[in-house]
Design a protein. Structure first.
Length: 435
């Protein structure tokens, strides 16, 4: 048994980030037993009643829930920061050639170490990950996630047109390889699986898929109970136009997935920068989530995310870093950029406060991934998935925090200034991930 003593900030209530309420507790304590928070209260109370427990003293900083990234690309970690190109040009020139290199198991293992290390170093404890086009590389990803201890939902990325030859598959092969991976790694797959890993059916995007491939994806989703679905949608105007040409019978981009039974409560679609009202109504009605990836949208010039339209239609939204079009693993940076986007939209934007940003980076992601009973905040009954922010004394964040007049102000300054260098510790289910 361990008592964690710290200042805790989280947003334990609400289904959406908008209007989130910040819960702040100073010199408070959480009692953690077998990785689960079993008591929460003042340090004076819990410390006095459980004198034989170990004490983890994290008062020198802030403790937040582990961050939840709902869209991030494992094979692209080494090409982060290639600027100056729109989406389709960037894919052809930068991302896809790099992804082809993961055909080498040794290369894939090295990238997996860098990728999982990047997530953990940024305080991300749970992630919905775009895997690789190669089954051996997906194995390497899950192996490393299991070794480090992160919660990862991921799968084989599949496409059967519009991609380099090395990345193409067939509907039959996509189904067979996906089922084999799910048997090894999905939490309900039996012996050898890890409860922290789950399988995600992952067509790259409709631009790279035929109806037959999307039908095979639906078959995997049906045949792997509890699996997730993720892909891209409405990221750029050029991509949307190309998808419309490839699927002339589809009503819109979302329909290319929905007509195959791929849009539902276990679906997370990334970007959706340019949705129609019909698509928003459908996503809301099916209970799907949109992963908002603001640094990627800005870097590729894809557009400004219409958060107000999503909220008005009842579409759930969480945050994604979208490494490598996104500019790093830190969800603090993504939260700050999300704030900027809504500011730039003026009256069409939806203002975000500090608690909204924390909710987007934690509880919103847990809800999106169906893990809100386990993670996303620091309530009794949840796993102790947490990060400890302790910036160096001379850092801008440390200076800003020393002069913050309230917990909300401290949180605002955290999103404005925090990065991986300020993360001093990370825990998943009470186990240290980064010391």
């Amino acid at each position: 048994m361990t008592i964690v003593r710290a200042t805790f900030l989280d947003t334990p209530t609400g289904e959406t980030a908008m209007g989130a309420e910040l819960r702040a507790a100073t010199d408070a304590a959480l009692r953690v037993v077998d990785g689960t928070i079993v008591e929460r209260g003042a340090w004076a109370d819990l410390g006095g009643r459980h004198t034989d427990d170990d004490v983890l003293d994290l008062r020198d900083g802030l403790v937040l829930p582990g961050l939840v990234d709902t869209h991030v690309h494992y094979p692209q970690v080494r090409v982060t920061g290639a600027l100056g190109m729109p989406l389709l040009e960037w894919l052809d020139a930068v991302a896809l050639p790099e992804e082809a290199r993961l055909a080498s198991p040794d290369y894939a293992r090295a990238v997996a170490r860098e990728f999982i290390g990047g997530l953990a170093g940024a305080g991300t404890t749970t992630a919905l990950v775009f895997g690789s086009h190669f089954a051996t590389a997906v194995d390497a990803l899950f192996d490393e996630a299991q070794r480090v201890g992160l919660r990862v939902t991921a799968g084989l990325v599949v496409g059967d047109r519009g991609l380099p030859e090395a990345l193409l598959t067939t509907p039959e092969r996509a189904y067979a390889e996906s089922i084999a991976l799910a048997r090894r790694w999905h939490q309900s797959a039996g012996a050898g699986s890890s409860p922290r890993t789950r399988y995600a059916v992952t067509p790259r995007f409709s631009y790279g898929a035929t109806d037959a491939l999307l039908e095979s994806c639906q078959a995997v989703l049906k045949d792997v109970p509890g699996s997730w679905f993720t892909s891209h949608v409405n990221e750029s105007q050029a991509e949307i136009a190309a998808v419309a040409r490839l699927f002339p019978d589809a009503t819109d981009y979302v329909d290319t997935y929905d007509r195959h039974g791929l849009v539902g409560a276990s679906s997370v679609l990334a970007h959706n920068v340019h949705p129609t009202d019909r698509e928003l109504r459908l996503l809301a009605g099916q209970g799907a989530t949109v992963a908002h990836c603001p640094t990627s949208n800005a870097a590729l010039g894809s557009g400004l995310f219409p958060l107000r339209a999503h909220v008005d239609h009842g579409v759930h939204v969480a945050l994604g870093s979208d490494v490598g079009a996104g500019t790093g693993f830190s969800l603090f940076k993504e939260g700050l950029q999300a704030y900027f986007v809504q500011q730039l939209l003026g009256e069409a934007g939806l203002p975000l406060g500090p608690a909204d940003l924390l909710h987007l980076a934690t509880r919103s992601g847990a809800l999106a991934l169906g893990l809100d009973d386990e993670v996303g905040d620091l309530s009794v009954g949840k796993a102790f998935d947490a990060l400890w922010l302790r910036p160096a004394e001379t850092s801008p964040l440390a200076l800003a925090l020393r002069h913050a007049d309230s917990a909300s102000e401290a949180l605002a300054r955290t999103f404005a200034l925090a990065g991986p260098a300020d993360v001093a510790g990370v825990w998943v289910a009470g186990e240290p991930v980064k010391s």
